[in-house]
Write a protein that binds this ligand. Structure first.
Ligand code: UDP
Ligand code: MG
Length: 138
């Protein structure tokens, strides 16, 4: 169990103006923001980030969506961060997400689902390293 996870506020939520509300939700849930940036993924970088899903039918759509506009990337710190954050964001499909979760509150579809959350400590490290140098972490 590690104390860090990685998140992105996805292009749909940034476009709709939900960045502040989502960050407020995350902070109020007890996460410390250890690194954060507003940036945009190229299609190549989005493809690399989601390479694990290459064979899935939604891969091209996912890559195109994730490179369609700016995202907010962040490293979050809290005890048992990966599991705690997955609970906070809710199920991948917002229609199936529990009441009060970020995806239930701010997402409309299984593809455009407002936020990313790492699924394991190993992936949290890989994903954090994808976006942030050591000097960008506090
Ligand atoms: N996704 C999609 N269609 C699906 C399943 C997933 O477009 O049927 C997208 C969605 O944006 C999701 C991402 O692919 O967040 C990664 O899928 P994963 O199964 O890892 O879900 P997550 O870990 O984000 O809940
Ligand atoms: Mg996942």
């Amino acid at each position: 169990m590690s104390n860090q996870t990685f998140t992105m506020i996805k292009p749909d939520a940034v476009k709709k103006g939900y960045t502040g509300a989502i960050l407020d939700h995350i902070i109020k849930a007890g996460f410390h923001i250890s690194a954060m940036k507003l940036t945009r993924l190229t299609t190549e970088k989005a493809g690399e980030f989601y390479a694990i899903h290459k064979e899935r039918p939604f891969y091209q759509e996912l890559v195109s969506f994730m490179s369609s506009g700016p995202i907010v990337a962040a490293i979050l710190t809290k005890k048992n961060a990966v599991d705690e954050f997955r609970n906070l964001i809710g199920a991948t499909d917002p229609a199936k997400a529990a009441e009060g979760t970020i995806r239930k509150l701010y997402a409309d579809s299984v593809g455009e689902n407002a936020v990313h959350g790492s699924d394991s400590d190993a992936n949290a490290k890989i994903e954090s390293d994808f976006f942030f140098t050591e000097k960008e972490r506090f």
